[in-house]
Design a binder for this molecule. Structure first.
Ligand SMILES: [Zn+2]
Length: 188
Protein backbone atom coordinates (compact mmCIF):
# COMPACT_ATOMS: atom_id res chain seq x y z
CA UNK A 1 0.00 0.00 0.00
CA UNK A 2 1.39 3.34 -1.05
CA UNK A 3 1.06 6.15 1.46
CA UNK A 4 2.36 9.66 1.42
CA UNK A 5 2.28 12.10 4.28
CA UNK A 6 1.10 15.44 3.00
CA UNK A 7 0.70 18.83 4.56
CA UNK A 8 -2.66 20.47 5.03
CA UNK A 9 -1.98 22.90 2.20
CA UNK A 10 -1.73 20.06 -0.30
CA UNK A 11 -4.94 18.45 0.81
CA UNK A 12 -7.72 20.33 -0.94
CA UNK A 13 -9.11 17.09 -2.31
CA UNK A 14 -8.73 15.23 0.95
CA UNK A 15 -11.89 13.32 1.79
CA UNK A 16 -12.50 12.96 5.53
CA UNK A 17 -15.35 10.53 4.90
CA UNK A 18 -12.79 7.93 3.88
CA UNK A 19 -11.25 8.01 7.32
CA UNK A 20 -12.66 5.75 9.96
CA UNK A 21 -9.66 5.90 12.22
CA UNK A 22 -10.13 6.34 15.95
CA UNK A 23 -7.78 9.30 15.67
CA UNK A 24 -10.89 11.29 14.79
CA UNK A 25 -12.00 10.98 18.40
CA UNK A 26 -9.17 13.23 19.48
CA UNK A 27 -9.36 16.97 19.78
CA UNK A 28 -7.33 20.02 18.89
CA UNK A 29 -6.86 23.20 20.87
CA UNK A 30 -7.75 26.42 19.06
CA UNK A 31 -5.90 29.60 19.98
CA UNK A 32 -7.13 33.08 19.24
CA UNK A 33 -5.19 35.39 16.99
CA UNK A 34 -3.50 36.82 20.07
CA UNK A 35 -2.46 33.37 21.28
CA UNK A 36 -5.07 32.75 23.97
CA UNK A 37 -6.36 29.18 24.10
CA UNK A 38 -10.06 29.43 23.30
CA UNK A 39 -11.60 26.03 22.88
CA UNK A 40 -11.04 22.36 22.30
CA UNK A 41 -12.60 21.20 19.04
CA UNK A 42 -12.78 17.87 17.28
CA UNK A 43 -10.35 17.00 14.51
CA UNK A 44 -12.94 17.28 11.74
CA UNK A 45 -13.53 20.92 12.62
CA UNK A 46 -9.81 21.57 12.95
CA UNK A 47 -9.17 20.17 9.48
CA UNK A 48 -12.01 22.31 8.16
CA UNK A 49 -10.46 25.44 9.68
CA UNK A 50 -7.02 24.57 8.33
CA UNK A 51 -8.14 23.66 4.84
CA UNK A 52 -10.30 26.77 4.58
CA UNK A 53 -7.39 28.93 5.67
CA UNK A 54 -9.15 30.20 8.80
CA UNK A 55 -6.47 28.73 11.03
CA UNK A 56 -2.82 27.81 10.86
CA UNK A 57 -0.71 25.23 12.71
CA UNK A 58 0.66 26.51 15.99
CA UNK A 59 3.81 24.84 17.20
CA UNK A 60 4.21 25.28 20.93
CA UNK A 61 7.73 24.73 22.19
CA UNK A 62 8.79 23.13 18.89
CA UNK A 63 7.12 19.89 19.87
CA UNK A 64 5.68 19.07 16.45
CA UNK A 65 2.74 17.25 17.95
CA UNK A 66 0.43 15.97 15.25
CA UNK A 67 -2.43 13.56 14.84
CA UNK A 68 -2.03 11.51 11.69
CA UNK A 69 -5.22 10.76 9.78
CA UNK A 70 -4.97 8.02 7.20
CA UNK A 71 -7.29 7.36 4.30
CA UNK A 72 -6.69 4.57 1.78
CA UNK A 73 -4.58 6.86 -0.40
CA UNK A 74 -3.11 9.62 1.75
CA UNK A 75 -2.12 10.54 5.27
CA UNK A 76 -2.67 13.96 6.72
CA UNK A 77 -1.03 15.58 9.68
CA UNK A 78 -3.16 17.67 12.00
CA UNK A 79 -1.31 19.69 14.63
CA UNK A 80 -2.53 19.46 18.23
CA UNK A 81 -2.66 23.24 18.43
CA UNK A 82 -3.96 25.64 15.82
CA UNK A 83 -4.30 29.41 15.76
CA UNK A 84 -7.14 31.34 14.20
CA UNK A 85 -6.14 33.74 11.47
CA UNK A 86 -9.33 35.76 11.71
CA UNK A 87 -10.67 37.88 14.52
CA UNK A 88 -14.33 38.01 13.57
CA UNK A 89 -15.05 34.79 15.43
CA UNK A 90 -13.91 36.28 18.71
CA UNK A 91 -17.14 37.71 19.92
CA UNK A 92 -17.40 39.96 22.89
CA UNK A 93 -18.67 38.07 25.87
CA UNK A 94 -20.96 39.63 28.43
CA UNK A 95 -21.80 38.21 31.83
CA UNK A 96 -25.19 36.59 31.25
CA UNK A 97 -28.04 37.76 33.44
CA UNK A 98 -29.42 35.22 35.89
CA UNK A 99 -31.72 32.82 34.11
CA UNK A 100 -33.01 29.39 34.97
CA UNK A 101 -31.22 27.89 31.97
CA UNK A 102 -27.80 29.39 32.81
CA UNK A 103 -28.24 28.58 36.48
CA UNK A 104 -29.10 24.94 35.78
CA UNK A 105 -25.97 24.70 33.67
CA UNK A 106 -23.78 26.32 36.33
CA UNK A 107 -25.10 24.02 39.06
CA UNK A 108 -24.96 20.89 36.92
CA UNK A 109 -28.74 20.32 37.03
CA UNK A 110 -28.51 19.31 40.70
CA UNK A 111 -29.99 20.59 43.92
CA UNK A 112 -27.10 22.34 45.65
CA UNK A 113 -28.31 21.14 49.06
CA UNK A 114 -29.09 17.42 48.60
CA UNK A 115 -27.90 16.63 45.05
CA UNK A 116 -31.31 15.62 43.74
CA UNK A 117 -31.96 16.11 40.01
CA UNK A 118 -35.74 16.23 40.39
CA UNK A 119 -38.21 19.11 40.73
CA UNK A 120 -35.56 21.78 40.56
CA UNK A 121 -36.29 25.35 41.53
CA UNK A 122 -34.31 28.53 42.08
CA UNK A 123 -33.43 29.27 45.71
CA UNK A 124 -32.34 32.69 46.93
CA UNK A 125 -29.66 31.91 49.53
CA UNK A 126 -30.48 35.09 51.43
CA UNK A 127 -34.27 35.13 51.03
CA UNK A 128 -35.70 37.92 48.93
CA UNK A 129 -37.95 38.84 51.85
CA UNK A 130 -34.78 39.55 53.84
CA UNK A 131 -33.24 41.72 51.14
CA UNK A 132 -31.51 38.95 49.15
CA UNK A 133 -30.81 39.91 45.55
CA UNK A 134 -31.50 38.06 42.32
CA UNK A 135 -27.79 37.92 41.43
CA UNK A 136 -25.36 35.13 40.60
CA UNK A 137 -23.82 35.09 44.09
CA UNK A 138 -27.21 34.71 45.80
CA UNK A 139 -28.99 32.10 43.71
CA UNK A 140 -28.66 28.34 43.68
CA UNK A 141 -30.54 25.42 42.21
CA UNK A 142 -32.58 23.65 44.89
CA UNK A 143 -35.10 20.85 44.69
CA UNK A 144 -38.63 21.67 45.78
CA UNK A 145 -38.23 19.76 49.04
CA UNK A 146 -35.05 21.60 50.06
CA UNK A 147 -36.43 24.94 48.95
CA UNK A 148 -39.52 24.31 51.06
CA UNK A 149 -37.47 23.12 54.03
CA UNK A 150 -35.26 26.20 53.88
CA UNK A 151 -38.26 28.44 53.45
CA UNK A 152 -37.85 32.04 54.41
CA UNK A 153 -34.90 31.46 56.75
CA UNK A 154 -31.24 32.39 56.64
CA UNK A 155 -29.07 29.39 55.69
CA UNK A 156 -27.34 29.52 59.10
CA UNK A 157 -30.71 28.99 60.80
CA UNK A 158 -31.49 25.80 58.89
CA UNK A 159 -28.53 23.48 59.38
CA UNK A 160 -28.41 23.05 55.60
CA UNK A 161 -25.22 23.59 53.62
CA UNK A 162 -24.51 24.49 50.01
CA UNK A 163 -22.34 22.09 47.99
CA UNK A 164 -20.77 24.99 46.11
CA UNK A 165 -20.49 28.70 46.79
CA UNK A 166 -22.66 30.54 44.27
CA UNK A 167 -20.68 32.69 41.86
CA UNK A 168 -20.96 34.26 38.43
CA UNK A 169 -20.02 32.21 35.35
CA UNK A 170 -16.43 32.72 34.23
CA UNK A 171 -15.51 34.18 30.86
CA UNK A 172 -15.26 31.10 28.61
CA UNK A 173 -11.79 32.01 27.36
CA UNK A 174 -10.55 32.51 30.89
CA UNK A 175 -12.12 29.28 32.07
CA UNK A 176 -10.69 27.36 29.17
CA UNK A 177 -7.25 28.93 29.45
CA UNK A 178 -7.10 28.07 33.12
CA UNK A 179 -8.01 24.47 32.48
CA UNK A 180 -5.71 24.22 29.47
CA UNK A 181 -2.58 25.46 31.22
CA UNK A 182 -3.37 23.41 34.30
CA UNK A 183 -3.54 20.23 32.26
CA UNK A 184 -0.26 21.06 30.55
CA UNK A 185 1.31 21.66 33.93
CA UNK A 186 0.13 18.27 35.11
CA UNK A 187 1.83 16.50 32.27
CA UNK A 188 5.18 18.19 32.37
ZN1 LIG B 1 -32.63 19.12 47.54
Amino acid sequence: MKQATIGISDSKSFDLKQITSSVLNNSVVVFSTNYLPMARINIRRAVALLISGRAEPLDLQDTKLVWVLRSPSVAIEVPHHIRLKITTSERLWKLPSVSRRELLRRDGHRCQYCGSAKQLTIDHVIPRSKGGTHTWDNVAIACEACNHKKGDKYLSDTGMTLKTKPKAPMHPTVAFAEQFWQSRGDRE
